[in-house]
Design a protein around this ligand. Sequence first.
Ligand code: IF1
Length: 407
Amino acid sequence: MYVLPDLRNLKLMTNHFIEIEHLSGARNYEPLPVVLTRGEGVYVWDDAGNRYIDMMSAYSAVSHGHCHPRLVKVLQEQAAKLTIVSRAFYTDKLGIFLNQVCKLTGFDKALPMNTGAEAVETALKAARKWAYTVKKVANDKAEIIACEGNFHGRTIAIVGMSTIPQYREGFGPFPPGLKIIPYGNADELEKAITPNTAAFLVEPIKGEGGIIIPPAGYLKACAEICKKHNVLMICDEIQTGLGRTGKLLACQHDNIHPDAIVLGKALGGGLLPVSLFLAREEVMAVFTPGDHGSTFGGNPLAAAVGKAALDVLIEENLIERAASIGNYFQEQLRSIDSPLIKDVRGKGLLIGLEIDPDYPARDICIRLLKHGVLTKETHKTVIRFAPPLIITKEQIDVAITALRACA
Ligand code: IF1
């Protein structure tokens, strides 16, 4: 049995922490060789005291910046007061949070969960039960349509909709009734709909799929097709929502109001997991007491932090910042003259840099790390630039200078 050396007198060495993690941790990730110890605003520090601009924001979970003082204060105060009581009892925090988020997003009802995948599973269960009890689809025949290259989480049912071989291999068999269509073409949706179709689940912008923006009007056309065929349209706004693309919800770029959405990531203020399934009344009404739940879902600690995260989003104008600073960031990225950069795409502060496929994007991420900028490639050729929404133009200029030196 490996005896861990006494950390107190050990020089904080990166490889030491990496070794410990490799010793005991599953290898389900291949992180960059950096050991982070502290975060504040757009910055994180490693164990040698080097400072980095965080261009990942934990995949958009840290939109408010690391350890936002106001959010940490709410967390600390609530953590010292009441944290987890289960949903067997009411609390003084949950109703206020759900009422606030329904008013903000325009949905009738919200069901609190913890991770994004749990909120997506909740959406799948609601869609199926709505199909059987409202649309009168024959029992166990409900179909749900998703898009090629989607990412909605890592559960068995959700990866049953994935088209990424690595996300599916070795995890079958998968539930039936899940259909895949190409992303970005509304005609393909209409062709895939049958009388048994319960719902269409779609990301307004494909995140993991490489920051892919669908043609303007795509979501609107899909919403009209769903309405025409009495199919629920559910937008996965876990990564694109809460201001990330320059609007509260990314589906608002197409002026649509879907039947339901899922939120997560930044809803927890970069402090803890908070997610929600939001829907119009008729859809949420399918859940009766005992149908669905979660030990931690809707706990007062998460509700207090979730409410504060929404307050900060609005009061610090983070949505408008994402739009204006995001445009500036994209302009600066487009001004970089490098044969390696094939495309710059994104909305607000969800930006992807398409790199020449002959050049491993990970190498550029490693070089950026050495220049004080932290990010990661997605799908080998796209570098993600999704900083906290509090980032300033000056901080973007520093990142651009670093990228000029690396690309
Ligand atoms: C990983 C990226 C992947 C999501 C959307 C639901 C979920 C996610 C649109 C599930 C989660 C995370 C998961 C993380 C990497 C990251 C990610 F797109 F953000 F880059 F994988 F695609 N819907 N995305 O993006 O939420 O259960 O994780 O809270 O799994 O490696 P979760």
